[in-house]
Design a protein around this ligand. Structure first.
Ligand SMILES: *[C@@H]1O[C@H](CO)[C@@H](O)[C@H](O)[C@H]1NC(C)=O
Length: 654
C-alpha cells in the first residue's frame, strides 16, 4: 500500500524547516527501561525488526519470509514504510525474537524447524541463500544491527550493517570462521541458527539527560551481532559451538531438525553519546581522505577550465568585439571574420526542435530535483537513520516539478517557432517519465518472476502511475500553459532567410570529436565520487557524505557549463552555427562515460553471473544514465544559450 501519510510528511518538511528545536519523526530518542519500571512513558520491550536479505552476487533481494526461518508472529504490527523503501525493495517486518530491556537471555529457543526427506525443497532455498552469501539486515531502535570484525591493525573494529545467513565450503573455498581439515570434503552448507546480540546502552545522567531512570533504564547506543552455527542436537545448548549446523544435500531418514536460538547481553556504556551513536558504523568506512582527494581533483579541473574560459572571455572575445565594432563604425566594410560571420544563422531553429525542447524540459525537472534533494540531504534531513527518505524525496520532487518542465519546454519550443503545442505538452509530460517507467516496469516483471522483494507490489505500481498521471501530468500542463502564454524569446540578432554554407571543418571542430571530448572533463570531476555512490547502490554500503556530494554536484554543473561554452566558442569561430543540439550533446556525453564506468564496475567489482541479475543491473544503469544525460545535457545547453545571447547582443550588426 502506498503510504500517503509519509508523503504528506514531506510537505510538512518544508514547514518544519522554519520551526526549531525538533527531532524528525522516527529519529527522536526512545527511552527504554526494565520491565515493571516504566516511568515517563519509557518502553521495556525492545522490538527487533527484520528487513529483506540481499547479496552482492545477485541484484535480487528477498523478503525474510522467502526463506524458511522462524515464522513471523502475526499479532505484531509491522512498521509503516515510505515510498522510497517500497520502491527500492526494503521490506521490514516484525521478528520472532523477543528482547526486554536490561534482561540478559542465554540460549533461548525461538522455534524448531523439522524437515523430512519430502520437504527437501524448503531447504533448497536455504542452501541457495547461503551459497549466494545472502545477508540478514536487522533493525533495533531504528539502528542497523551490525556485524563487526577486527580491522587489519587488530585494534579497531570494522562494523558493517548486516550479517550472513550462513557459510559454506565449496570448490575448495571456505567462508566459515572455523578451519576444516578436510576442506575437500565436498559441498557443505552451514546455517547461522544462533545469534549473540550485544546491546550497548547509555543509562543517562551527566550532560546527556536527567537521571530519572535510577539506573534502570537508558537509551540504546549500538546493537552488535555475532552469528553462529550450532548443532543443538535436540535441546538448546550453546556450549557445543564446535559442532556446526549443517544443511545436508540429502535429508537422511531420521529427518533434520534446526533449532533457532539467541542470546542477548546488555552492556552499559556511558562514554558514547546517544547523538553520535551512528558514528561507529559510518567511521568503519575508510573514506574521508579519498573524499578530500576527490574534491581536490575536481577543483583542479574546475580551476583549469575557469582559467581557460576567463582567458577567452576576457581577452579573445573582448578583442573580437572591439574589432568588430571598430570595423562597423570606421573604415569601409572590411571582410568580416570569425563568429560574427554567422550572426544571421546562430538563432536559426534546429531540426527536431520538438524533441530538443522536450528533453530540455525534462532536464530542468531532473536538475531541480537533484539540487533540492541534495540540499535537503546536506541539511541532514535524509540521514541514513531516516530510511528510504532520500529516494522518497527525489521521487516526490520529480512529480511536483512538472510545472518548470512544462514551462521550459513550452518557451523553448515557441521560440523555435513551433506550432504543435499540444504534442509538445504531451511529450514533455510523457516521453522521459514514460521511458523511465517503462524500464522500471520491465525490470519489475523480471523481479516478480523471481519472487524477489524488490518487485514493487501491484498497488504501489498503480500508486506510482497515478502520481505520474494525476499529479505530474496536470502540473506539466499548468507550466506549459504559462510558457505558451508568454511571448517567444527574442533573439539579439535577426536570422537570415538563406542559410550560410558551413566551410569544411578540421578534425577538432567537427561535431563528433567535439562531443566526445566534451564529456571528458565533467566526468573527470565526478568519477571518484561515483565509486562511492556505486558501492552504496550495489554493495549496500551506507552513503552519508552528502556535503561532499553537493560540492561535487556544483562542480559538475560548473564544468559542464564551461566545457560547453568553450567548445561552442571554437565551433562558432570555425563558422559552424549548428550549436543547439551540439551543446546539449557535448555535456550530455558525460553520461556515455558514466555508462562505460558502470560497465567497468560490473566486470571489475561485482561478481554477478546470473542472467536475470545482469539484466537488472543494466536496466537500473540505463535509467541512471538516461537521467544523467538529461541533467548534464540541459546544463550544457543553457550555458551555451546564455553565452551566445550575450556575445551577439554586444556586437553591432546592420
Ligand atoms: C548481562 O551480560 C553482560 C555481559 O555478560 C553483563 O556485563 C551484564 O552485567 C549482564 N546484565 C545483567 C542485568 O545481568
Amino acid at each position: 500500500m502506498l503510504k500517503f501519510r509519509k508523503i504528506t510528511y514531506f510537505f510538512f518538511l518544508f514547514l518544519i524547516l522554519f520551526t526549531n528545536g525538533f527531532y524528525l519523526p522516527g529519529l527522536a530518542p526512545v527511552n527504554f527501561c526494565k520491565e515493571g519500571d516504566e516511568v515517563n512513558n519509557c518502553k521495556s520491550e525492545v522490538l527487533l525488526y527484520v528487513n529483506r536479505l540481499n547479496t552482492e552476487k545477485l541484484v535480487m533481494p528477498y523478503e525474510y519470509t522467502h526463506f524458511d526461518f522462524c515464522p513471523i508472529p502475526d499479532n505484531v504490527k509491522n512498521p509503516t514504510e515510505n515510498l522510497g523503501q517500497v520502491v527500492f525493495g526494503e521490506r521490514i517486518t516484525a521478528s520472532p525474537y523477543k528482547i526486554n530491556f536490561m534482561k540478559n537471555v542465554t540460549c533461548e529457543e525461538v522455534c524448531r524447524k523439522k524437515y523430512q526427506s519430502s520437504s527437501d525443497f524448503k531447504l533448497k532455498d536455504l542452501r541457495k541463500g547461503i551459497s549466494m552469501n545472502y545477508q540478514h539486515h536487522w533493525i533495533v531502535d531504528n539502528m542497523p544491527v551490525t556485524g563487526c570484525r577486527l580491522g587489519e591493525d587488530l585494534k579497531s573494529q570494522i562494523c558493517t550493517t548486516g550479517f550472513p545467513m550462513g557459510c559454506y565450503i565449496r570448490n575448495g573455498r571456505n567462508t566459515c570462521p572455523i578451519k576444516f581439515d578436510n576442506v575437500e570434503k565436498g559441498d557443505a552448507y552451514f546455517i547461522n541458527n544462533h545469534v549473540d546480540l550485544f546491546i550497548t546502552y547509555h543509562s543517562g545522567g551527566g550532560e546527556e539527560w536527567g537521571t530519572q531512570f535510577n539506573n534502570n533504564g537508558g537509551r540504546i547506543i549500538s546493537v552488535k551481532v555475532i552469528p553462529k552455527s550450532i548443532n543443538h542436537k535436540g535441546a538448546p545448548n550453546c556450549m557445543s559451538s564446535e559442532d556446526m549446523m549443517e544443511i545436508p544435500s540429502k535429508i537422511s531418514s531420521e529427518g533434520l531438525e534446526i533449532i533457532y536460538t539467541y542470546s542477548v547481553f546488555f552492556l552499559r556504556n556511558n562514554d558514547v553519546k546517544w547523538s553520535s551513536r551512528w558514528d561507529y558504523i559510518l567511521e568503519s568506512m575508510p573514506n574521508s581522505n579519498i573524499q578530500w582527494f576527490s574534491i581536490l581533483n575536481s577543483l583542479v579541473i574546475v580551476l583549469f577550465l575557469s582559467g581557460m574560459v576567463a582567458m577567452i572571455l576576457l581577452r579573445t572575445l573582448h578583442k573580437d568585439i572591439a574589432r568588430y565594432n571598430q570595423i562597423d563604425s570606421g573604415e569601409d566594410a572590411q571582410e568580416e571574420f570569425g563568429w560574427k560571420l554567422v550572426h544571421g544563422d546562430v538563432f536559426r531553429p534546429p531540426r527536431k526542435g520538438m524533441l530538443l525542447s522536450v528533453l530540455l524540459g525534462s532536464g530542468v525537472q531532473v536538475l531541480f530535483m537533484t539540487l533540492v534533494t541534495l540540499a535537503f540531504a546536506c541539511l541532514g534531513f535524509l540521514s541514513p537513520a531516516n530510511r528510504g527518505a532520500l529516494m522518497s524525496c527525489a521521487m516526490i520532487l520529480y512529480v511536483l516539478l512538472g510545472s518548470p518542465a512544462g514551462y521550459t519546454s513550452a518557451r523553448i519550443y515557441k521560440s523555435f517557432g513551433g506550432e504543435k503545442w499540444k504534442s509538445n505538452v504531451l511529450l514533455t509530460s510523457m516521453l522521459c517519465s514514460g521511458i523511465i517507467f517503462g524500464l522500471f516496469f520491465i525490470m519489475n516483471l523480471v523481479l516478480w518472476g523471481k519472487g524477489s522483494s524488490a518487485a514493487v507490489p501491484f498497488s504501489t505500481l498503480v500508486g506510482l502511475l497515478s502520481m505520474w498521471l494525476l499529479v505530474s501530468v496536470p502540473l506539466t500542463f499548468v507550466g506549459a500553459f504559462f510558457g505558451f502564454r508568454k511571448r517567444p524569446l527574442e533573439h539579439p540578432v535577426r536570422t537570415n532567410q538563406i542559410p550560410r554554407l558551413i566551410p569544411e571543418q578540421s578534425v577538432y571542430t567537427q561535431p563528433v570529436p567535439g562531443i566526445i571530448m566534451g564529456g571528458v572533463l565533467p566526468f573527470g570531476c565526478i568519477f571518484i565520487q561515483l565509486f562511492f555512490i556505486m558501492n552504496s547502490i550495489w554493495s549496500w554500503q551506507m552513503y552519508y557524505m552528502f556535503g561532499f556530494l553537493f560540492l561535487v554536484f556544483i562542480i559538475l554543473v560548473i564544468t559542464c557549463a564551461e566545457t560547453t561554452i568553450l567548445l561552442c566558442y571554437f565551433h562558432l569561430c570555425a563558422e559552424d552555427y549548428h550549436w543547439w543540439w551540439r551543446s546539449y550533446l557535448t555535456s550530455g556525453f558525460t553520461s556515455v562515460y558514466l555508462f562505460l564506468y558502470c560497465c567497468h564496475y560490473f566486470f571489475a567489482k561485482l561478481e554477478i553471473e546470473d542472467l536475470a541479475s545482469t539484466f537488472l543491473y543494466f536496466g537500473y544503469t540505463l535509467i541512471m544514465v538516461f537521467l544523467f544525460n538529461l541533467l548534464t545535457g540541459t546544463i550544457g545547453f543553457f550555458a551555451c544559450f546564455w553565452f551566445i545571447r550575450k556575445i551577439y547582443s554586444v556586437v553591432k550588426v546592420d
